[in-house]
Design a binder for this molecule. Structure first.
Ligand code: HEM
Length: 523
């Protein structure tokens, strides 16, 4: 017996040692990938590669990739290799090569390196994660929901009461706390906007505060646990790891909640024969197959699971990115009061012409607000890196480097946006940069065939929120708000590390156009 235990013990130690040695050999070999290809790369550490600071949550991935971009530019390299743990990633720094990857040679980079597992987790079957022909077919079918005309129509169906409820909320918060958390307030407005525009239901986030829908979505974005934030990054950089380790990006509760919500909305529409010009209507029209009891996969139309996943991405896209950009815009305008006054002047004079109504036409005339929004998108792009997966072997033009199928490619958006070659004095908030042509290096919504499908709608959301706030309030930065802003390391999207708190000063009816009481008042 003792002999057997002895034998088993040494056997166990030997197998463990062998396993550790094999892992180390694997890591070492993986860390020589770019060297073998003769591609410039930062020296990786074993296991962590170049991502030690990311895994230890000392730095957001987008910020580190910006630093790498700066280094590539300094070394006059068009691209370079990066190691996320043991996964090799190609980072492209040359703008012409970036345009090739995203536009001209798109057929080699049709997919995004996102995790997709519709069996275990149907919400991952959303458009951003879909691959190849399935993506192409669905993108074509969904595109009509996001034309300029559709975005305009969606905006014009918004109840005017949103503005009043928003003001009540700001006044109440100011009375109680003296300050408002601008991201939180705009998040509530956007939640109501997308619930109404996409599905035609009242979410009442502004009125009731913590609406259930919003909480589920925020849990997806801001899972502050170490596990949650690491899972988010892994799902983007090493999606294949999910095939080996059974990890989930969304939990079962979230899945059940969305399925129930969408099923109920469909049932009500069918029962009451409601036809509404919104996102849900377009989805339901896709070959008329999206019946609540339909669980099977379909080739032409959408199964219920697929439909729920597309609704989910509409809510995700419409909530966080537009709210972040609008709140960063208020943040910078609170530091540049002269620009804030100029923006308000424009809002007032245009709204006077349109009798106080925030219509699509009125918004289109507010060009200075556009410039402020573009500049905010540049300095604070919610998506700091655009990712592509190489789907067909690619020889980098002008070199002998072959990008293998399956390689993850990063486009360092934040690096491009802060590059003085494209945007002189990049640290300075200067809306005048956009009085002429916008640089091709400006790409907060991506570019090429996989550009954000809802960029028009997203821009409108941001503009609507800003106009609604700035027409009635003057904002000053609260002393506890960080300047310069640092970014949260636990979030995959760019997100402030501490709340943006501002002090609102309500403008008197002489200062602000009162659309309800006096349609012809002089400002
Ligand atoms: C203003 C805020 C927004 C920003 C900054 C933003 C940013 C982006 C970016 C950077 C991409 C990837 C583009 C690429 O890889 O080239 C993307 C894709 C996408 N966005 Fe947005 N987005 C915004 C608003 C929205 C909204 C409101 C929705 C939905 C209503 C939405 C839905 C999507 C979808 C479905 C995709 C995937 C498109 C595809 O793969 O074909 N986004 N977005």
């Amino acid at each position: 017996m003792t002999f057997f235990l002895h034998y088993a013990f040494y056997g166990f130690i030997s197998v463990t040692l062998l396993f550790v040695i094999l892992c180390l050999i694997y890591c070492k070999r993986a860390n020589e990938y770019w060297q073998r290809k003769n591609v410039y790369a930062w020296k990786p550490t074993l296991v962590f590669g170049n991502a030690m600071d990311i895994m230890l949550q000392k730095k957001p991935l987008g910020v580190q990739i910006k630093e790498y971009y700066d280094d590539l530019k300094a070394q006059r390299k068009s691209f370079g290799g990066y190691y996320f743990l043991t996964q090799p990633v190609l980072v492209v720094s040359d703008l012409d090569l970036i345009k090739r990857v995203m536009v001209t040679d798109f057929e080699h980079f049709t997919d995004r390196p996102l995790h997709i597992d519709e069996e275990e987790n149907p919400l991952t079957g959303y458009l951003p994660a879909l691959k190849g022909e399935r993506w192409k077919a669905l993108r074509m079918k969904l595109s009509p929901a996001f034309t300029l005309l559709k975005s305009k129509m969606m905006l014009e169906t918004l109840p005017e009461t949103y503005a009043d409820t928003l003001m009540e909320l700001i006044d109440r918060e100011t009375r109680i706390h003296g300050v408002i958390n601008v991201h939180e307030i705009i998040g509530k407005l956007n939640m109501d906007i997308i619930a109404s525009c996409a599905f035609g239901f009242e979410c009442n986030s502004l009125k009731e505060g913590n609406a259930e829908l919003k909480n589920h979505l925020l849990n997806f974005f801001h899972d502050q646990s170490l596990r949650g934030s690491i899972i988010h990054i892994l799902s983007y950089v090493i999606p294949n790891i999910f095939k080996i380790i059974k990890l989930k990006t969304c939990n079962a509760k979230m899945m059940d909640y969305f399925t129930k919500l969408v099923t109920e909305i469909i049932a009500i529409r069918e029962k009451d024969e409601i036809v509404r010009n919104d996102f849900m209507h377009i989805l339901l029209q896709i070959d008329e197959v999206s019946k609540p009891d339909m669980a099977s996969e379909s080739t032409d139309g959408l199964s219920l699971k697929e439909l729920v996943a597309q609704c989910f991405v509409f809510l995700l896209g419409g909530l966080e990115a537009p709210s972040t950009v609008s709140s960063f815009c208020i943040y910078v305008l609170s530091q540049h009061l002269e620009l804030q006054d100029k923006a308000r002047e424009e809002i007032r004079s245009v709204l006077k012409k349109y009798k106080g109504k925030i219509s699509h036409d009125a918004l289109s005339e507010m060009t200075f607000i556009d410039q402020c929004i573009y500049e905010t998108f540049r300095m604070y792009p919610p998506v700091m890196i655009h990712g592509r997966a190489c789907t067909k072997e690619y020889v980098v033009p002008g070199s002998r480097v072959v990008i293998e199928k399956g390689t993850t490619v990063f486009i360092p958006t934040y690096g491009l946006h802060m590059d003085p070659d494209y945007f002189p004095n990049p640290e300075v908030f200067d809306p005048e940069r956009y009085s002429n042509k916008i640089s091709d290096a400006w790409m907060p919504m991506g570019c090429g065939p996989r550009i954000c499908i809802a960029y028009r709608f997203g821009l409108l959301q941001v503009k609507y929120a800003l106009v609604t706030l700035l027409r009635h309030y003057k904002f000053a930065l609260h002393s506890s708000t960080k300047t310069p802003m640092t970014f949260d390391c636990k979030n995959f999207l760019l997100y402030p590390s501490s709340p943006i708190l501002v002090i609102p000063e309500k403008l008197s009816s002489n200062d602000s156009y009162n659309h309800q009481q006096n349609f012809d008042c002089d400002l």
